[in-house]
Design a protein around this ligand. Structure first.
Ligand code: RB5
Length: 157
């Protein structure tokens, strides 16, 4: 599995930590910056990773800024990307099982290094459940992304 990873300055230290761990585990990483803790704007880094995932150069992406929020706002504007800001291992699992998230966004200023590493491990190890209701909901997201308006039944489980 190829993992594209990037951060801004707010996520730089956590990105270095995660890179070390993931490389030691034999994961194939494509590091897309930034180069140091000097302040940079996060959008170009988010778009770089999101486009790598959407274009198939990477299977999944990891984006880290101060909170993960700015990165997720940007990544979710790239068609085909489902980016999730995650701060706990339950959400990490659900974002894969239910949402088929393909980009994980983390907060370098909100997460300790051990929790962040555990979130990444759980996220990478959890497959999409493939459940019919989840596929249906994700198809609605994709339809909206393509400019359509999904029908909205009042209750269907
Ligand atoms: C940078 O100060 C900070 O705004 C950024 O890392 C991120 O948290 C934005 O969402």
């Amino acid at each position: 599995m190829t993992i594209a990873i990037a951060s801004d300055h707010g996520g730089y230290a956590l990105r270095q930590h995660l890179r070390t761990l993931l490389e030691a585990e034999g994961q194939e990483l494509v590091d897309m910056g930034c180069a140091s803790e000097e302040p940079v704007d996060y959008p170009p880094y988010a778009f770089r990773v999101a486009e790598a995932v959407a274009g198939g150069e990477a299977d999944v992406g990891i984006l880290i800024c101060g909170t993960g929020i700015g990165m997720s706002l940007c990544a979710n504007r790239v068609p085909g990307v489902r980016a999730a800001v995650v701060g706990d291992t339950y959400s990490a699992r659900m974002s894969r099982e239910h949402n088929d998230a393909n980009v994980l966004c983390l907060g370098g200023r909100t997460l300790g290094p051990d929790l962040a590493a555990e979130i990444v491990r759980v996220w990478l190890a959890t497959p999409f459940s493939g459940g019919e209701r989840h596929r249906r909901r994700l198809a609605m997201v994709a339809q909206r992304e393509g400019g359509g308006t999904p029908c909205c039944p009042s209750s269907n489980g």
